[in-house]
Design a protein. Structure first.
Lengths: 445, 1094
């Protein structure tokens, strides 16, 4: 029989064992940084770099959906949720691909905002340079612009605190917040950041005007007459002109999001170039090969008889054949398009032709566009010139679907019941992954 | 010879499983015996029914300290038996003991044979797992299942997974796939966690071992448990839940499996050599042939159709009309008979002071994938094979330096090489590629070259190209332990076990440079390679003591105390990238794009326990105890966990004046206990991942963090009874259990717009489960030369998620819509939800929405719509569903009229009933026939690959029915009514993909599988002795011989396979076991075995 002193000895032994082993229970996590470390000034640059990465991932993921809905990509693979998008069903919050892309958007908007908040503190205390804050604001502006352009509605949350939806009718405010960030970033003193920010601001002003045109009701334009097809881009004009001045006319300057094996790949390019779920629309590039996934010659021809549009060929080359191809956010070409459209809107046809020809002649080496008889029966020549040049020169930049909406263009694969037909102007919804977790967003499935 | 009921010893230390200790003590018998006039006793102990020699029977002369164990031939030898009359006893668990009175004369050698009758009830069997100290089962109030490996010597099993499958109610081994080397997942009493791995923890000879899968691409993942050669296993003990596993504390709520390897036996070396040859035969009986019509590509264009028809003539020998459906059974062409080989040898022997057991094994299996015979070889590039090679050696050494000290040393080393062609739910899989075949795209040439498409790959790449993808692993596994037992005084014992389990995995996935030999695939055509190196280390330190004391004549008290420490550390490093500069290069350093990764985790667990058991008159036993645990994974707001237990066992048939032979044994028992499950190693931290950007190193949000994390606690109670009937020739075992998991960790998804997109573990859930386990076994018939023993068991399982603590429903597969398993309050874990077809005459959505709703067309509208050829892509089935889980509202669910409404209850993946039944028949003295059938009843399975094959526009619509319906709808010669009828049939039988508009591929999946059949011939001893052998057996076995699905219309290939394979945790791993997708059906296996001992 065991005696009571044995119990005491055992208890003591146990207590000593556990107390002596306390250190064993302290386990660090060398795989990740804890938040306290991220908030140190020494980590500020990594935080801002991380913001860029998040923005890059989000752009590549989120732009896929509208690209498939529009006439940029079409579905060739096995997963028919892409087919749904291809048929114009853009508003399904359960669509696996838009739902799969949405978290990257959520991470990017939070990360960009977090980086600005943390770095602002460091700059205020003199522990970080203002240029770093400028970069942080540039990236926040970029992701908010992507949100404003691509989303029908959105919500900004903070960790476990659910935000409330911005509202479909208020999404222009997200673009305007991007404009404010770009403005701040331009004042950084870092020439490259300032240039990128100014180009992005030009795009943001342009997108705000386009948002007006397709929301809340899509007025659209008349391809027959050209009426309403050009928009007043207002403040975008000055920015576009300044950017062209900085980069030099005909330089074909681009502000790109880039990818590599050292950082991350592009989801969109992985799906197209590797998996083959989607492919360039046959109206852009001919499909060849047994799997209909190999690309042949450029199919989008210059409406003025110069053969295959070199802008598409250039985009095709940029698109490459792997998952590390760049995405263009802003370019000299886009600046010219802004200036051209604004001129057209003001009735300055000569100005319109000038900027169209900066692209055709100065950048692409094509014959000049001189107006005249329309190459498309029943459609105003300037409209043809504008719509074609915008399509060829803004490929895979997250702009095509909005242009199709505002010009009343439809894709042959859109079904009559699809939102692209029944609700022109509709962009990506808040998807089920958010609405299930966020009590402020109505249940969407 | 007489038979008698076993005389029970009071000390658990001296029973059944501790026969070695007894033998050791007997060996230390007093020296003066030798000085007396003595003789010798020899004999053979056999199974009375089958006449099979029984090994390890304890034969002794009571009161003399003389005893021995029988060898493999059933022989025993007692030396130095004092002259005179003696009662000699033969005992082994599972048999009635035999006794005989013999007279031994000085210098005589007396022969005394025994034939023992089997008993169906084994309450005297000694177990140690969960009891802390060697204890007879009858003293424990909880269930503990034991598996005596010697009873499976003749079963057609190749690995541990097969060894435990279908043996014990409530213990389910899920085979996952027919891929060579695939390990099974193990579930005990369903799911005790919503977020953590639901596998039991595994011990081998007292130390915890790695239970993970070796993760390859797709399925085909080997299980670490299969590193342990079945030939080296003596027995397995299984604790089914918290009531039994309390002493194992945190991590034990899924149950505990402890494997005991064979120990040495004193005596001259005894060798056992075994060789197995297995033919592995593909089972394609449930795979529908490919079907197609060429009009899908050429429409009615006569020129194009003539071209395709000509190609079909060359490829398949037919020249089909545009809308003529033709079939070709292509899938079996890449499958062929595989071959498995297994060679094992073991030796045991030694003296009373030192004995040993050593086993070596080499197993090699070449599976059923057989692409080499279809495609001509290509220089410089070879297809991945499906092979599994395991070589291993186990050893056990027992050293007894004194009567007070006993030292055991155990080692296990296993070396594995596994190759598996890319497979599973994977567009690059070889088998899945075959299932996607589009006959009209097939080309006649099997040779490589642009345009070669021998099986009509629709996209992604040709089957041949995918065969070149590398997917293999090389693994090593070492487990070593030392156990020191010290018995300072009678009844007091201290044990220390120290050991390490180390695994090393090197995994490779890659594509060679320009493997696109058919110029088809676009995926990484310049090659890619991913290398992963995982090192896992589990260290166990276990100290325990027991004190057995008698209080008077009637009360026995057993006090148990102990402490344990576990340290688990896993390091992973790897790299990957793409684009080789040229052929022949196979290293990361040759890649143009590459990246590296590294991770590390460590979990430390420290615990202690105290338990006391009181036995009254050796038939009433009460046990109370508890365990304290600290764990490095707990949050800082939580320090230790306490898990109590209590149980009672009453054996009236032993304690009362019990003379009923009909109810010969009767026991009732009850147990209550708790155990836990820890969070992930780093889930308590708020963290940021390394996330390099194009302008420099960066970070991104990773884990939200929760410093309040604590273990989820499983509380389980069970009551049960065991009945021995007809003098214990039959037994009935009944158990009811009830489990409640509090503070269940839910992987809660917070708003992704909050930045942290990964789910976060929070202790907010509650999970309930209960079940009944019943088994019956006994001797159905016994006569001279023939005996038939039968068994049957069943486990009923009922589970419910009581609460998710306000978290939103969790869906498997994330945004992937076709995985339909959810975690939802009020339902079983992994419940299926979807939409169902509207019960209307024309369930088709062909009209433009009116007011946002789809409209049921009139007959006239439908006939008008189908007055022209229609593709199924142009319309959708008209389906209804629920907008709130479990809230019927009959809303229309089709992507053409909105979205959502996919929340109708469709069943659950875990069957209500699982179990097995079978028989063993011994006949003609030396033959034995055994069969084992598994079954599942009352659950559903999702046929994911079938859904794709039936409905997908690009990679499917290639089953005979879908092709016929499709062709009818597209054929200009069809009438409107024919097209309409085809469309309705399409809606009812075919459509099932995103957005799951009415068909979800979920079916009742009752099944009975003819799992095992074996016929054994034991060469008579008169013959084998002439060969210089002790025993020789020849065995022919079959496995997975037949599958029946009564009452089910399941159309899939094999409902026992699944998309997830053997896996390592997470929502999908836990709850996608009921989704079949692209996995090879389980093949039939026919094994010829020989085993000899000498």
């Amino acid at each position: 029989m065991i005696k009571s002193r044995n119990f005491s000895a055992i208890a003591l032994l146990g207590a000593l064992s556990l107390s002596g082993c306390g250190d064993l229970l302290d386990v660090n996590n060398p795989n990740n940084l804890v938040e306290e470390s991220v908030q140190l000034p020494a980590a500020a640059e990594g935080l801002v770099n991380g913001s860029l990465r998040a923005v890059s991932v989000a752009a590549s993921n989120v732009w896929q959906g509208p690209a498939v809905v529009s006439d940029e990509l079409y579905w060739t693979g096995s997963r028919d949720a892409w087919g749904q998008l291809d048929q114009g069903f853009i508003g399904d919050p359960l669509n696996e691909f838009t739902d799969g892309a949405f978290p990257s958007l959520g991470q990017a908007t939070w990360m960009a905002d977090y980086a600005v908040t943390v770095v602002e503190g460091h700059v205020g205390s003199g522990d970080a340079p203002a240029s770093l804050l400028a970069r942080a604001k540039l990236y926040r502006g970029m992701i908010n612009l992507i949100v404003g352009e691509s989303q029908e509605d959105y919500v900004f949350s903070d960790k476990q605190s659910s935000g409330t939806p911005v509202g479909a009718g208020n999404m222009k405010s997200v673009i305007e917040s991007a404009i404010a960030d770009f403005t701040d970033a331009m004042a950084s003193g870092d020439a490259d950041v300032a240039l990128a920010a100014q180009a992005m601001r030009a795009r943001a002003y342009m997108s705000a005007a386009i948002w007006d045109a397709i929301n809340p009701s899509a007025g659209g334009c008349s391809l027959d007459t050209g009426a309403g097809c050009a928009l007043d881009f207002g403040s975008a004009v000055a920015d576009a002109g300044a950017v062209i001045g900085d980069v030099g006319l005909g330089s074909d300057w681009m502000f790109n999001i880039t990818f590599s094996s050292a950082s991350t790949g592009s989801g969109q390019h992985g799906n197209v170039n590797q998996r083959g779920e989607n492919q360039w629309d046959p109206s852009l590039v001919e499909s060849t090969g047994p799997g209909a996934t190999a690309r042949g010659d450029v199919a989008l021809l210059d409406p003025y008889g110069s053969g295959a549009d070199p802008a598409v060929a250039q985009a095709l080359e940029q698109y490459g054949d792997d998952e590390f191809s760049a995405l263009t956010m802003a370019s000299e070409r886009l600046m010219h398009l802004i200036l051209a459209e604004d001129a057209l809107n003001a009735g300055d046809v000569a100005g319109f032709e000038t900027h169209i020809n900066h692209i055709r002649v100065d950048i692409d080496g094509m014959p000049a566009y001189a107006g005249g008889a329309s190459p498309v029966a029943g459609v105003a020549d300037v409209v043809v010139a504008l719509s074609h040049t915008r399509r060829a020169n803004t490929l895979f930049q997250g702009l095509r679907l909005q242009d199709m909406y505002r010009w009343g263009l439809t894709d042959a694969k859109w079904q009559a019941a699809s939102q692209a037909i029944t609700s022109p102007g509709m962009m990506l919804p808040i998807t089920v992954v958010e609405c299930r977790a966020n009590e402020n967003v109505p249940d969407c499935g | 010879m007489t038979s008698s009921t076993s005389a029970r010893l009071t000390s658990g230390l001296l029973r059944g499983g501790l026969v070695l200790a007894l033998a050791a003590m007997l060996g230390w018998a007093p020296a003066p015996v030798a000085a007396q006039a003595t003789g010798t006793l020899v004999g053979t102990v056999r199974d009375a029914a089958s006449q099979r020699p029984l090994e390890a029977v304890q034969v002794y002369i009571g009161g003399t300290g003389i005893g021995a164990l029988t060898n493999a031939a059933g022989r025993y030898l007692l030396l130095n038996v004092p002259a005179g009359e003696h009662t000699i006893v033969a005992e082994i668990v599972g048999y009635r003991s035999g006794s005989a009175t013999v007279t031994v004369g000085a210098g005589q050698s007396v022969v005394q044979d025994f034939a023992l009758d089997q008993t169906a009830i084994t309450l005297d069997e000694v177990v140690v797992t969960g009891a802390g100290v060697a204890t007879e089962k009858r003293k424990l109030g909880n269930t503990i299942a034991t598996l005596d490996a010697s009873t499976l010597d003749n079963a057609p099993i190749a690995d541990f997974s097969q060894m435990i499958a279908g043996r014990e109610p409530g213990v389910v081994a899920l085979p996952s796939s027919g891929a060579t080397g695939e390990g099974a997942s193990i579930r005990i009493r369903g799911s005790s966690s919503l977020s953590q791995l639901n596998e039991p923890i595994i011990y081998v000879d007292g130390i915890r071992v790695d239970r993970s899968a070796v993760s390859l691409s797709g399925t085909g993942n080997p299980s670490r448990l299969d590193d342990i050669p079945p030939e080296s296993i003596e027995r397995v003990e299984i604790l089914k839940g918290a009531a039994a596993a309390t002493l194992y504390g945190t991590e034990a709520s899924n149950g505990v499996i402890q494997i005991f390897t064979k120990r040495g036996r004193a005596g001259a070396p005894q060798f056992t050599v075994q060789a197995d040859w297995t033919q592995i035969t593909p089972n394609t009986s449930r795979i529908e042939p490919l079907a197609d019509f060429i009009g899908r590509d050429c429409g009615s264009d006569p020129v194009d159709c003539a071209d395709i028809a000509s190609r079909m003539q060359q490829r398949f020998g037919i020249s089909p009309a545009p809308y003529e459906v033709f079939e070709y059974d292509a899938v079996p062409e890449i499958l062929g008979n595989g071959l498995g080989q297994n060679y094992s040898a073991s030796v045991t022997g030694g003296s009373e002071a030192f004995n040993y057991f050593i086993n070596g094994r080499y197993a090699y299996e070449d599976g059923i994938m057989d692409v080499e015979s279809v495609f001509p070889q290509v220089d410089g590039i070879s297809p991945e094979v499906d092979t599994n090679r395991r070589a291993g050696i186990t050893s056990n050494f027992t050293i007894i330096p004194s009567s007070q000290v006993r030292i055991g040393i155990s080692t296990l080393f296993s070396d594995l090489e596994q190759h598996t062609p890319d497979n599973g739910n994977n567009i690059y899989g070889v088998f899945s590629s075959m299932l996607m075949g589009q006959l009209r795209r097939a080309t006649p040439q099997a040779e490589t070259g642009p345009g070669s498409n021998y099986f009509g790959a629709p996209t992604f790449g040709t089957t041949r190209e995918f065969t070149y993808q590398l997917n293999n692993a090389k693994s090593s596994h070492f487990a070593g332990s030392t156990t020191i037992g010290y018995t300072p005084t009678d009844g007091f014992r201290l044990d220390g076990t120290f050991g390490i389990d180390f695994t090393s995995d090197d995994r490779v996935f890659g594509r060679p440079y320009r493997y696109d030999v058919d110029d088809f695939t676009n995926a990484s055509i310049f090659g890619d390679r991913t290398v992963s190196e995982d090192r896992s280390r589990e260290i166990t330190a276990d100290l325990k003591g027991s004190w057995v004391a008698m209080f008077g004549d009637n009360i026995e008290n057993t006090l148990l105390f102990g402490g344990q420490g576990f340290l688990r550390q896993r390091q992973s490093a790897g790299g990957g990238g793409s684009v080789f500069p040229g052929p022949g290069l196979e290293t990361l350093s040759a890649l143009a794009n590459d990246g590296a990764s590294e991770s590390w985790l460590r979990v430390t667990q420290l615990g202690g326990y105290l338990q006391d058991q009181v036995g009254l008159n050796d038939w009433i036993f009460a046990t109370v105890g508890g365990r304290w645990d600290a764990n490095s994974a707990f949050g800082t707001d939580f320090e230790t966990a306490f898990y109590p237990k209590a149980s009672i066992s009453i054996v009236p048939s032993q304690g009362l004046d019990w003379r009923n032979e009909t109810f010969s044994t009767f026991r009732v028992r009850a147990a209550l206990g708790r155990s836990g499950l820890q969070p992930g190693a780093f889930d308590k931290f708020t963290t940021f991942n390394p996330a390099p950007s194009e302008v420099g190193p960066g970070v991104s949000p990773a884990n939200l963090g929760n410093q309040g994390l604590k273990p989820e606690v499983s509380t389980e109670w069970e009551v049960g009874t065991e009945l021995g009937l007809f003098n214990d020739s039959w037994s009935v075992d009944l158990t009811y259990w009830n489990r409640s998991v509090q503070d269940a960790m839910v992987a809660r998804q917070f708003p992704v717009t909050g930045g942290f997109t990964s789910s976060q573990l929070v202790n907010i859930g509650e999970l309930a489960g209960n079940g009944i386990e019943a088994s019956v076994r006994g001797t159905l018939f016994q006569s001279e030369g023939l005996s038939v023993n039968v068994f049957a068991n069943t486990a009923y399982l009922n589970e419910e998620i009581v609460s998710l603590g306000g978290a939103p429903p969790l869906k498997t597969g994330g945004s992937y819509p076709r995985y339909r398993n959810y975690l939802l309050e009020g339902y079983a874990p992994g419940q299926y939800f979807g939409a169902v077809l509207a019960n209307v005459p024309i369930p088709l959505n062909i009209l433009t929405p009116v007011g946002g709703e789809c409209v049921v067309p009139t007959s006239a509208e439908a006939l008008d719509y189908f007055s022209v050829p229609r593709s199924p892509s142009e319309f959708k089935p008209l389906a209804i569903g629920n907008s709130g889980f479990g809230t019927p509202n009959g809303g229309v669910a089709s992507n053409n009229c909105g979205s959502g409404l996919l929340q109708t209850d469709m069943g659950k993946p875990n069957a209500d009933y699982t179990g097995s039944f079978g028989f063993t028949a011994a006949f003609a003295q030396n033959f034995e026939l055994a069969a084992n059938f598994d079954y599942k009843w009352g659950g559903q399975t999702q046929d994911l690959s079938g859904m794709f094959r039936r409905a997908n526009a690009v990679i499917g619509r290639n089953t005979p029915l879908s092709s016929r319906l499709f062709a009818t709808m597209m054929d200009p010669a069809s009438s409107a009514q024919e097209r309409l009828d085809a469309a309705i049939s399409w809606a009812e039988n075919i459509e099932g993909l995103a957005p799951m508009s009415g068909m979800n591929g979920i079916y009742d999946a009752n099944l009975i599988r003819f799992r095992e059949l074996s016929l054994t011939y034991r060469v008579p001893s008169s013959i084998v002795e002439g060969w210089g052998l002790s025993t020789a057996t020849l065995n022919f076995g079959g496995r997975n011989l037949a599958l029946w699905m009564p009452g089910s219309d399941y159309p899939g290939m094999d409902p026992e396979t699944n998309v997830i394979g053997r896996c390592n945790g997470g929502l999908n791993c836990n709850f996608l076991q009921g989704t079949e997708g692209w996995a090879l059906p389980l093949p039939r296996r026919f094994t010829l075995s020989t085993r000899v001992t000498f």
